[in-house]
Design a protein around this ligand. Structure first.
Ligand code: PBG
Length: 343
C-alpha cells in the first residue's frame, strides 16, 4: 500500500521525535508554591501533599537554594499566620510570614522572582477570602445583605493593603486570588498610590470553586468555618463567563493572567490564550498534585511520566507559566532529560 502521508515515519527514532516535538516544557515555565508558617523551627509536612511542608522563614534556605540550583525562576508565597482574626489583619502585617519570607528570599537569592499571593482566607478566623457581613462590625455592616455574606467592596481596601505590604517587603509580583469584583483595579490603585508603579499584578482571573483545592486548605489551614466559596469563585460549568472575568481583569490592569485549576480547565486556558496577548499562567493545584502522588505511591502510575505529561498538557493548551507543586521535581527531570538519562 502506498500512503502519501504516514505519520509514523517521523516517530521512528528518538531524534526524529525530538526534532518534530511541538511543545517544550522549560524550567523557566515553572513556579513553585511555598507555605510560610509564622514562628521559628517549623517544618511541618503536609499529609495530603507528599513532599510539601509548611516552613517557617528560618527553614526555607535549603528549599530556596535547591530551587536556585535547579534554575526554577519563581516562587509563589502563601502565609500561615500564628493568629487569625475576623478581618485577616495579619495579611498586611509587615512582620508577618510572607513579608518576612520575601525579605529573606530577596537577600539569599536576589535573582529569584518572588510572587506573593494576595488573599485573606489564610488570615481570617472564619476562613473566607474577605470580610463577612455581621452586626458585630458596625463599620462595614450592610443591612441589605444577609448576615454571613461576603462583603465585596470593603474587602478591596484590605486586599490592596496586603498587596502594598508585600510590595514594600520587595515582592516582584503580587497575585490576587480572592475573586472579589474589582480587586485588580483596587490593588493597582493601592500600589500606585504607594509608589509601587513597577510591581506587576498576576491576576487569578478565572478561578473556579473547585474540589481540587482540598489539600491546599489543609496546607494553608484555610477551610471556611461555614458555607463555601461558591458565591465568589466561579462555577466549574462556565467557560464563557471565564472570558468575561478575564476581560475585566485585563481592563483593570492585570499584567499577567491565570487560570486555576489547570487540568480540568484546559479548554479555558486555550480560549484565554487565543483571545489575550498577556502572559498566561495556569495553576496545577493541590488536588491535581495529590492525585498524581497518591496514584504513584500505590504503584498505579509512573509518576515521572504522568506528572510531566500533565505539565506538558497544560503548556500545550496555551499556558506560558505553570504554578505547580512539582516544580522542583520537574526541573530535576528536565535536567535528566537533557543529559539523556531518559527519553
Ligand atoms: C486562596 C487560594 C486557594 C488556592 C490558592 N489561593 C484556595 C482556595 O481558594 O480555597 C488553592 C491552591 C491549591 O489548591 O493548590 N488564597
Amino acid at each position: 500500500m502506498s500512503l502519501t502521508y504516514r505519520p509514523r515515519r517521523l516517530r521512528r527514532t528518538p531524534t526524529l521525535r525530538r526534532m518534530v516535538r511541538e511543545t517544550v516544557l522549560r524550567t523557566e515555565d515553572l513556579i513553585a508554591p511555598l507555605f510560610i508558617a509564622e514562628g521559628r523551627g517549623v517544618a511541618r509536612p503536609i499529609g495530603s501533599m507528599p513532599g510539601q511542608a509548611q516552613l517557617s522563614v528560618d527553614q526555607i534556605d535549603r528549599e530556596i537554594d535547591d530551587l536556585m540550583e535547579l534554575r526554577v525562576p519563581a516562587v509563589l508565597l502563601f502565609g500561615i499566620p500564628a493568629r487569625k482574626d475576623s478581618n485577616g489583619s495579619a495579611a498586611w502585617d509587615p512582620a508577618g510570614p510572607v513579608p518576612s519570607a520575601i525579605r529573606a528570599i530577596r537577600s539569599r537569592a536576589p535573582d529569584m522572582a518572588v510572587i506573593a499571593d494576595v488573599c485573606l482566607c489564610e488570615y481570617t478566623d472564619h476562613g473566607h477570602c474577605g470580610l463577612i457581613n455581621t452586626r458585630d462590625d458596625e463599620l462595614v455592616y450592610n443591612p441589605h445583605e444577609p448576615e454571613g455574606a461576603l462583603l465585596n467592596d470593603p474587602t478591596l481596601e484590605l486586599l490592596a493593603r496586603a498587596a502594598v505590604a508585600y510590595a514594600e517587603a520587595g515582592a516582584d509580583i503580587v497575585a490576587p486570588s480572592a475573586m472579589m469584583d474589582g480587586q485588580v483595579a483596587a490593588i493597582r490603585a493601592g500600589l500606585d498610590r504607594a509608589g509601587h508603579l513597577s510591581v506587576p499584578i498576576m491576576a487569578y482571573a478565572a478561578k473556579f470553586a473547585s474540589a481540587f483545592y482540598g489539600p491546599f486548605r489543609e496546607a494553608a489551614e484555610s477551610t471556611p468555618r461555614f458555607g463555601d466559596r461558591r458565591a465568589y469563585q466561579m462555577d466549574p460549568a462556565n467557560g464563557r463567563e471565564a472570558l468575561r472575568e478575564v476581560a475585566l481583569d485585563a481592563a483593570e490592569g492585570a499584567d499577567m493572567l491565570m487560570v486555576k485549576p489547570a487540568g480540568a480547565y484546559l479548554d479555558v486556558i486555550r480560549m484565554v490564550r487565543e483571545r489575550y496577548d498577556l502572559p498566561l499562567a495556569a495553576y496545577q493545584v493541590s488536588g491535581e498534585y495529590a492525585m498524581l502522588k497518591a496514584a504513584a505511591q500505590n504503584g498505579w502510575l509512573d509518576e515521572r511520566r504522568a506528572a510531566m505529561e500533565s505539565l506538558l498538557g497544560i503548556k500545550r493548551a496555551g499556558a506560558d507559566l505553570i504554578i505547580t507543586y512539582y516544580a522542583k521535581e520537574a526541573a530535576r527531570w528536565l535536567i535528566e532529560d537533557r543529559d539523556g538519562k531518559a527519553l
